[in-house]
Design a protein around this ligand. Structure first.
Ligand code: CP
Ligand code: NVA
Length: 310
């Protein structure tokens, strides 16, 4: 049996594979908008394992699998044996004998890596403490839809150097663009944890205004990610000056977009004027999770499809 291909972090795929996935996403999305059925994954089963909460990820994977002709099963830690100490390796062997593809949202990246090692089927990272590759897949597809290629462009990241930030940084290396990061002191990017090969695709700015200057896209995320709730009060104080507001958008390039993976907290990491304003594309960004993940699941299960396929 051939080892399955997994999608555990952004740099698991090459630039050529992303080119394919983005063009395939466009094809899948256009068909979906015309209500044309596309069932390449007929009879296939996706298992979704959630150890953290979700709205978009669950919905987009479950709806996406159904729209591709397959079915999806939801498991969570609370009411499966996963929460009662069954080893990840055992769960992986069992779950992957009963399904065709698995998506996991969990805590440490090492958990999903252990699962993947023992899985007979492809495993997709639906968010870990370290990475959120499906989110950045959707974000870059959204950028391309609005502005064309992201190559050579500048993305400003304002806020916590979390899973979403790390994934932007990996994407910059794979797809050759720049990320200007501004975090409060003590929350800086850790290149090794971010899984970076070099530092030449990102730069740190102490002042978030400097990070946003000349950016083509400004993006942020919650100050406290899932799993770090105990730090919430301290983070509220530390991040108070790292709210994306209209002044930051003004120093970005004219035509700069604003993105947020959601859920958002207006008045904390972003002002209501920005997230609900004309430069914000957050609803397209959320919708595109559905379309990119359909292309991703199709690619992992069938491979590259030349030309159209009904
Ligand atoms: N952006 C995102 O992953 O949202 P959920 O936590 O709702 O899945
Ligand atoms: N960084 C956030 C993203 C939520 C989609 C978290 O991990 O909670």
């Amino acid at each position: 049996m051939n080892a399955p291909r997994h999608y555990l972090q952004f740099n698991d795929f090459s630039r050529a594979e992303y080119d394919y996935l983005f063009s395939r996403t466009r094809w899948i999305k256009e068909r979906f908008k015309r209500y044309e059925p596309h069932h390449p994954l007929f009879d296939r089963t996706l298992v979704m394992i959630f150890e953290k909460a979700s709205t978009r990820t669950r919905l987009s994977f479950e709806a996406g699998m159904q729209q591709l002709g397959g079915s999806a099963i939801y498991l969570n830690t609370r009411d499966s044996q996963l929460g009662r100490g069954e080893p990840v390796e055992d769960a992986a062997q069992v779950i992957s004998r009963m399904s065709d593809i698995v998506m996991i949202r969990t805590f440490e990246q090492s958990i999903i890596e252990r699962f993947a090692e023992y899985s007979r089927v492809p495993v997709i990272n639906g968010l870990t403490n370290e990475y959120h590759p499906c989110q950045i897949l959707a974000d870059i597809y959204t950028f391309i839809e609005h502005r064309g290629s992201i190559k050579g462009k500048t993305v400003a990241w304002v806020g916590d150097s979390n899973n979403v930030c790390n994934t932007w940084l990996q994407a910059a290396e794979v797809l050759d663009f720049h990320v200007h990061v501004s975090t409060p002191p003590g929350y800086e990017v850790e290149p090794e944890r971010a899984g970076l090969y070099g530092t030449d695709h990102y730069a740190h700015f102490d002042d978030p205004m400097d990070a946003c200057r000349g950016a083509d896209l400004v993006t942020t995320d919650v100050w406290t990610s899932m799993g770090f709730e105990a730090e919430n009060e301290e983070r509220m104080r530390d991040f108070a000056d790292w709210q994306v507001d209209e002044d930051m958008m003004k120093v970005a390039n004219p035509g700069a977009l604003f993105m947020h993976c959601l859920p958002a907290h207006r008045g904390e990491e972003v002002s209501a004027e920005v997230i609900d304003g004309p430069q914000s594309v957050v609803w397209d960004e959320a919708e595109n999770r559905l379309h990119v993940q359909k292309a991703l699941m199709e690619y992992l299960l069938i491979g590259k499809i030349e030309g159209d396929c009904a």
